[in-house]
Design a binder for this molecule. Structure first.
Ligand code: MD3
Ligand code: FE
Length: 211
């Protein structure tokens, strides 16, 4: 007799995941204006992974710390390696939104010090990986999807565990904590598509307490 037969595989897979559909929609205009200002100071760039491949996703950061990769490895850095300047601060609109989402998911005092900004153009993808460069895995990651929809892949604690496909749309905010925090995840190649405000791209903001 299976005592837990009332718990479906989906519910097991989604433990620690809080999907807030459309949570960022009301802030669209302010988020996009603040994003423009960030990328004039810290432009999108295609970084190189330690194996030497160039990522198809273009990235930048705001916050005290920024996630970077080069031939040396993955890490958080205080300075933008492109400009040797500090990353632009996390704008108020970003901070308020991420804290409200974390609170809605039960994290009362989320204080992100890093916001990685990913830009997907048609065909860009992110292979299955874990986010392990942060110090404290009890802190959640908050992600905000904007623009063209994407298929997010949500796997298990091993790379070979079967992954679940989850569509993410403009305005969706997801809080990834608890059991979900160290799961493998990725994004399938972005389909050619248009969004009225962003054009042919998808932007994903991930807020982390890295330090
Ligand atoms: C689940 N970004 O930047 S956001 C990443 O859409 C990253 O750009 C994807 O994976 C993107 O590292 C996915 C959703 C996400 C972010 C972090 C997670 C899901 C996560 C950490 C643990 C588990
Ligand atoms: Fe990730």
């Amino acid at each position: 007799m299976d005592l837990f037969s009332n718990i479906t595989p989906i519910e097991t897979a989604l433990a620690g995941v809080n999907l807030l559909k459309g949570f960022a929609l009301k802030d669209e205009a302010t988020l996009l204006a603040d994003l423009e200002s960030i990328i004039t100071q810290a432009p999108f760039r295609h970084m190189v992974v330690p194996s030497g491949f160039t990522m198809s996703v273009a990235m930048t950061n705001c916050g005290e710390l920024g996630w970077v990769t080069d031939r040396q490895g993955y890490r958080y850095a205080n300075l933008d390696p492109l400009t040797d300047m500090p990353w632009p601060p996390i704008p108020d609109s970003f901070l308020v939104l991420s804290r409200a989402a974390a609170l809605a998911a039960g994290y009362a005092d989320f204080k992100p010090d890093a916001c990685l900004i990913n830009r997907y153009q048609s065909g860009a993808r992110m292979g299955l990986h874990q986010d392990k460069n942060e110090r404290d895995f009890t802190q959640p990651i908050v992600s905000v999807s904007l623009g063209v929809p994407a298929t997010f892949q949500f796997g298990g604690l091993k790379r070979t565990d079967k992954a679940l496909n989850v569509p993410l749309y403009h305005g969706d905010v997801v809080v990834w904590g608890g059991e979900a925090r160290l799961r493998y995840h990725g994004v399938l190649p972005l389909k050619a598509n248009m969004h009225p405000a962003l054009g042919a791209v998808r932007i994903n903001l991930t807020f982390r307490k890295a330090g």
